[in-house]
Design a protein around this ligand. Sequence first.
Ligand code: TXA
Ligand code: MG
Length: 354
Amino acid sequence: SRLTQSLEKAAVLRVKLEEAGQTLAHGGIVAFPTETVYGLGADARNTQAVENVFAAKGRPSDNPLIVHISDRSQLEALVTGVNETERALMDAFWPGPLTLVLPVKEGAVSPRVTAGLDTVAVRMPDHPVALALISAAGCPLAAPSANRSGRPSPTLAEHVLVDLAGRIDGVVDGGPAGVGVESTVVQAGPDGAVTVLRPGGVTEEQLAAVAASVQRDPALAQAGSLESPAPRSPGMKYTHYAPKGAMCVVQGRDADAVASRMAAELEAAARRGEVTGVLSYDEHIGRFRAGVAVSLGSAAAPEEAARRLYAGLRRFDDEGVTFIVAEACPEQGLGAAVMNRLLKAAGHHVIHTD
Ligand code: TXA
Ligand code: MG
């Protein structure tokens, strides 16, 4: 039957670590777990392998990839230098969900990895499977999130298979990814100034404990507007994580006003004949009538919201939801990354209640 066939295909695709390392060393593309989301890896020096990653994802080729290393000694071959701020950030957050944009050494990685920039984004993931796989492959791994372009990032091997079965050489199943949103991408000046190009698993509060100053790339605030300044992180200009349905985010100081407005939007949508979805928190979720209700956990626990976010967005697609109303979350800690992804998913369609 179709089901047995697809189950067999999935079983074949789930590969063991040693085999995956060999496949990567020979130019294959294999998905693997990290502490943020699943990545789709390729030898960063092998242009054909990297091109296969772009093709499998359907990703625009001017969007550069992050290079994953398992040992700091690998840096020397990749970059021309590391300043004091960068060194301090590595000391504090590696292995972990922090990506540093560094000056690339010419010829160190395929030009397809850097998309022609003179910098390369590097991180050391905090996941035993990812670290062992990079070692087994014996090369730095270029790895974007292992989803089809425009889909939510995968936090389970299952998500990878749904999006990419038939397009990749395998996936190493390591269970659920931990953090649930991608790494924080930063650029650091020698003076201690850190610019956040993409909010993620390492929070601004954590960065501020190490850096002299932390600022957000101005392009972050205006993403989606045509007047926005050229983003320093090319990925920021694409509408990522867009669910198939239309989505809006409701935001305001008064939680009751927010919930009332959300309920009203859902009611109006249901009257129009939409299949409705609501994304909220345990404190409010019971107040809404919707076809699909997703709670990200307590509004006071942004780590839990980050872990649940992408699987939640996938549920809306799976159940054919055409209109999604999402509740904004406080932008403290990991909440900043969650809000960033919600706004992108909604194409920056925000309803303010105050
Ligand atoms: O957590 C993560 O970072 C995951 C896991 C798999 O490690 N990877 C990930 O990769 O999210 P990807 O390709 O989906 O996102 C890479 C981001 C994009 O926003 C891209 O524009 C930015 O990093 N980036 C890559 N190279 C860059 C560079 N040289 N300068 C500025 N931004 C860069
Ligand atoms: Mg991605």
